[in-house]
Structures are given as C-alpha cells and as structure tokens.
Design a binder for this molecule. Structure first.
Ligand code: SAH
Length: 221
C-alpha cells in the first residue's frame, strides 16, 4: 500500500529520481546532469528540502544539490520535492556527510555554497563538528571557484560570531554580515528555509553572512 510504502525510508531513497547515489562518479561533470544549467550550487544540511527546492524553481540555469546526512530527513525532502510534476531538472539530492564528499567535486567546480541553520554543537568539545569549523572550511575552499560565495544563515547568537572568526582565521573574507537579515533590503526575494520560517515567526532575529575564500595568496586574485 502506498502509505506503508512511503513510510519506509530506504524504499523512498531507492525509488527516488532526484537522488544521486554515487556523487563521486559525478566529479568534474555535474553540469552534464542538466543541460540548461550554467552554474552549480549546493546546500549542506538541506533538511526537508524547502530551500533547495524553491531555489531550483526560481533559477533554472543553476543546478542545485541538496546534501543531508540523515536518510530519514532526506526522505522527507525527496517526498516534498518529488511531489512536483514535472520533476525539477535542475535539482538533485545527496545522502552524505559533507566530510565524505571530498572526492565528489573537482577543484573550483562549485559556484555557490549554502549553510542554513546548521547544527550549533554548543559544547566546546564538539566545535569541530560545526559546519563552519576548520575541518570543513578547507573542503569548501577547494570546491568553490575563485570568488565563489559561501552563504550562511542562522538564528544562533553564539554560532554566528564563532563562525565569522573561524572563517577569517581560515582565509575567508566576510563580504556581507548582518544580525538582522529580515530587516535588510537585500532579504527581499530570498528563499526562507523551514527553520527560518519557524524561528522568525517566533520573533527570533536571523544572522546572515556571505564570505569568499581568499586564501594565503590573496594578492594573486
Ligand atoms: N537547512 C534546513 C535544515 C537545518 S537543520 C533549514 O534551514 O531548515 C541542519 C541539518 O543539517 C540537519 O538536517 C542535519 O542532519 C544536517 N547536517 C548536519 N551536519 C551535516 C553534515 N556534516 N553533512 C550533511 N548534513 C548535515
């Protein structure tokens, strides 16, 4: 029965038409998945997939990848995004921890990277697990092309300044920064994530930054 079938995470993943099962096989040729696309963008920790699905709808010339490490959560994203017919040709989903995607991208293959409401991991001893820690930032720096932007939104008042510092210490330049994104004129038209809707409706201010990797050879840019 359909309900029972949909309640099974593994079966949802298996039947999915949006799931890329072996991302490392796409290294260097992601754009061949979508002939219309001229750029590649990715969200790490896409949750139930609202943001990445809406972004794909708004910008048909970019191929959007949503990465989520938990199968059960990704299954929700698959259900939400595969309910649309015809299927969005410029959207793909990946079940993976970001750390395991090192081999999945050639140097500079990515045009834009999104981190939205990433897990804060408040305890100091878990700091390396934060998606803005120095365990992850070198990966992003390699994947992104020169000038490629990292976009980060969070409600978390501790994670945000910590991330600014971590980025700066790892060779990133903060191009834009606000502690009240929804009060900024730039926010108009920005796609809201599931967490963003929840937190902003609860009256929480949203922090947002954009950063670009400059590295140690910034003078060569
Ligand atoms: N971006 C969504 C969900 C935020 S919750 C929103 O804004 O509504 C953070 C999500 O990131 C969770 O679903 C979590 O499972 C996922 N996540 C955390 N660490 C990850 C990692 N290392 N690789 C991939 N996904 C990760």
């Amino acid at each position: 029965m359909r309900i029972r079938y949909l309640s099974n995470t593994e079966e949802i993943l298996e039947a999915s038409r949006l799931l890329v099962r072996k991302p490392e096989d796409m290294r260097g040729r992601w754009l061949t998945l979508c002939p219309e696309a001229r750029a590649l963008a990715m969200e790490i920790g896409c949750g139930k997939g609202r943001f990445i699905g809406e972004m794909a709808l708004q910008d048909p010339q970019t191929l959007f990848l949503g990465v989520e490490k938990f199968s059960t959560i990704l299954a929700r994203s698959i259900m939400n995004n595969e309910a649309e017919e015809p299927l969005r040709p410029n959207l793909r989903l990946i079940r993976s921890d970001a750390l395991d995607l090192d081999e999945a991208f050639a140097d500079g293959e990515l045009d834009r990277l999104y981190l939205n409401f990433s897990d804060p991991w408040p305890k100091d001893r878990h700091a390396k697990r934060r998606l803005t820690s120095d365990r992850f930032l070198p990966l992003y720096a390699r994947w992104l092309k020169r000038g490629g932007e990292l976009h980060f939104k969070t409600d978390n008042d501790a994670l945000f300044p910590w991330s600014v510092e971590s980025l700066q210490q790892n060779g990133w330049k903060i191009m834009f920064r606000t502690d009240d994104w929804h009060a900024c004129p730039e926010q108009k038209g920005d796609v809201m994530t599931e967490y963003e809707i929840q937190f902003s409706e609860a009256g929480k201010k949203i922090h947002k930054l954009t950063a670009v990797y400059e590295g140690s050879d910034a003078s060569a840019l």
